[in-house]
Design a protein around this ligand. Structure first.
Ligand SMILES: CCCCCCCCCCCCC/C=C/[C@@H](O)[C@H](COP(=O)(O)O)NC(=O)CCCCCCCCCCCCCCC
Ligand SMILES: Nc1ncnc2c1ncn2[C@@H]1O[C@H](COP(=O)(O)OP(=O)(O)O)[C@@H](O)[C@H]1O
Ligand SMILES: [Ca+2]
Length: 555
């Protein structure tokens, strides 16, 4: 248990004409109402409030002039005569308040003091405490995609986010992108990264993908790492990334914060939260293709994305329409998946436990990963294939999905792989074998209910560090020959299906959906890089189940 920290200040101050004992320690600001009679009064407002110093946004002096009180932002607020007589000086504390469903709001409380010097002392003491928090960003580089989601990125930033950054004293350099890959290329070559404490992305998962491509690429080049080599250990990015959701799916924001709300995201950035995250590198024949942090999907999700790109004008609803269309189309895909199971880790894709704020699974597996990386370096063995045995599965699939995190989003609040972890160095490889439309619908529907979408005979899931996929049409003749010998019976059925499309399953080519972008190649080699990037987030918070004894109001 955290020890109650030393008291910095204790005064009797007023909040809306009621006297409170207000105390400031290194960790908490607490205001307790003076109780004149010990009799409990059910209709009186709450007696004690406590705010963690780490969740104070800022403190603002309220100046008085001619019966009005001037705020620091220049606006004026009329004060009542009685209040004016009683109190000479006041200050307002802005702080994080938790609302329903992981939403945060900026709340404020104004304390009035009996004299000016006391008020100044309070203001400077709170500011001093805030200044000791080194994790808070001071200068941010902001990229806005004006065409993401419902095309509201610019408005969302200007109306909901910029005023909060201004109140918190965070300075920004804002770039509204003019074309696709503008943000990526700016980060890769031009941006003066040393000037900033973080990068903010206003847009959807596609825009976030641009940001990480720019940042990761730049970091590798600066550190002399070859991004084209799939076996290289990548250098971690030091700049944190904040996501202001303004896209169509926004699953990276949803899965790391618990809600898609611009104000909540802005507050997580201001308080300087940090959430490490795994990144998959995707290669084809020793050539770098892309990075992925959420979904790599071949088959169903690849086709939904390809189809939905033509319907971009529809906004986020394009995914539902394309989803329905591809569900009815019911294509299957043949190929070979090989993977390296993640060994020595804790956690499986079928766990009931979820990755939450301060996740111990991520901490344990992240530690294991860095220890292994060190021993590989000492042995001069950068190739992590020695990690374990490769396994191979050949077959016909409706979907092949790799979820490096849960991929929770408003469409599916538990996500594609509900027990996946944000920062454990693994990805969950989900194979949905060819099945009837009815069965596939059962599987899809379970993404929206409490039922387990993996508890079906045609679905399997593996927690892996690395995997490869080779579509059947890319396999060499000798590999196909091997296939034929191993699986002659199924091949005959597949031939029958091809000759009689009316049976309802059509073999086809698909493409990979990589965090919402279509990959140019289908034969790919994927490797997870544990905790390569950091976000201004803290993971989804668990609602408190018992009274927190470190909270002064609980004692
Ligand atoms: C029948 C209901 C089935 C609901 C199944 C929902 C599963 C949803 C899992 C979503 C995982 C999303 C992973 C994130 C992907 C994003 O990177 C990426 C890009 O995001 P951005 O546009 O913000 O840049 N987004 C996507 O690729 C969108 C995927 C959306 C898939 C929607 C699928 C809808 C399926 C509807 C089937 C309908 C069958 C109805 C039969 C009567
Ligand atoms: N100024 C721009 N004009 C056109 N496309 C852009 C611009 N800025 C970014 N993009 C691209 O828009 C695509 C979709 O962006 P995103 O913000 O993810 O929205 P959505 O969630 O609606 O897909 C991304 O591929 C991104 O590269
Ligand atoms: Ca992971």
């Amino acid at each position: 248990m955290e020890r109650p920290s030393r008291l910095v200040l204790l005064s009797e101050l007023r909040v809306r004409n009621t006297t409170y004992d207000v105390s400031l320690s290194r960790s908490q600001l607490t205001w307790k109402r003076r109780v004149s009679s010990p009799v409990y009064h059910p209709f009186r407002p709450s007696v004690c409030h406590s705010v963690s110093v780490s969740e104070i946004i800022s403190v603002r002096e309220e100046e008085e002039e001619n019966g009005s009180r001037r705020r620091e932002d220049g606006s004026w607020k009329k004060i009542k005569e009685r209040e004016e007589k009683d109190c000479r000086q006041a200050f307002t504390v802005l702080y994080v308040e938790r609302c329903r469903q992981h939403r945060w709001r900026c709340a404020e409380v104004t304390f009035t003091c009996s004299d000016g010097p006391l008020c100044q002392h309070w203001i400077s003491s709170i500011r001093e405490q805030l200044a000791t928090i080194s994790s808070r960003p001071k200068h941010l580089l902001v990229y806005i995609n004006p065409y993401g989601g419902k095309r509201q990125g610019k408005r969302i930033y200007e109306q909901k986010v910029a005023p909060l950054f201004a109140q918190a004293g965070v300075s920004t350099h804002v770039i509204v992108t003019e074309y696709a890959n503008h943000a990526r290329d700016h980060l890769k070559t031009e941006a003066e990264l040393k000037k900033f404490d973080g990068v903010v992305c206003v847009g959807g998962d596609g825009m976030f993908s641009e940001i990480i491509h720019g940042l990761i690429w730049r970091t590798q080049i600066d550190n002399g790492v070859d991004p084209n080599c799939p076996d290289e250990t990548l250098s971690g990015c030091s700049l944190r990334i904040g996501i202001i959701p303004a896209g169509s799916t926004d699953c990276i924001c949803f899965a790391t914060v618990g809600t898609n709300d611009p104000v909540t995201s802005a507050l997580h950035i201001i308080v300087g939260d940090s959430q490490p995250m795994d990144v998959c590198s995707v290669h084809h024949n020793n050539t770098f293709l892309r990075y992925s942090v959420s979904l790599l999907g071949y088959g169903f999700y690849g086709d939904v994305l390809t189809d939905s790109e033509r319907k971009r004008w529809m906004g986020p609803a394009r995914y539902d329409l394309s989803g329905l269309k591809m569900f009815l189309t019911h294509h299957y895909y043949e190929g070979t998946v090989s993977y390296l199971p993640a060994r020595g880790i804790i956690g499986t894709p079928r766990d009931a436990a979820r990755c939450r704020s301060g996740c111990v699974v991520c901490q344990h597996n992240g530690q294991l990963h860095s220890e292994r990386a060190e021993s590989y370096e000492m042995d001069d063995m950068s190739n992590c294939e020695s990690d374990g045995e490769w396994r191979t599965i050949r077959g016909k699939f409706l979907a092949i999905n790799a979820a490096s995190m849960s991929c929770a989003c408003p469409r599916s609040p538990k996500g594609l792989s509900p027990a996946a972890h944000l920062a454990d160095g693994t990805t969950d490889l989900i194979l949905v074998r060819k099945c009837s439309r009815f069965d596939f619908l059962r599987h899809l529907l379970r993404h929206t209910s409490k039922d387990d979408q993996f508890d079906l005979t045609f679905v399997e899931v593996h927690r892996v560090r690395r995997f490869r996929f080779m579509p059947r049409h890319c396999q060499s003749d000798s590999e196909l020959e091997l296939d034929l010998q191993e699986n002659s019976k199924h091949q005959i059925f597949s031939q029958i299906c091809r000759d009689h499309p009316a049976c309802g399953c059509a073999p086809a080519y698909s493409s990979w959906n990589c965090d919402g972008e279509i990959l140019t190649h289908t034969a790919i080699d994927v490797r997870v890089h544990c905790q390569l990037i950091n976000l201004f987030a803290r993971g989804i918070e668990e609602p408190p189940v018992f009274e927190d004894l470190t909270n002064p109001c609980a004692i």
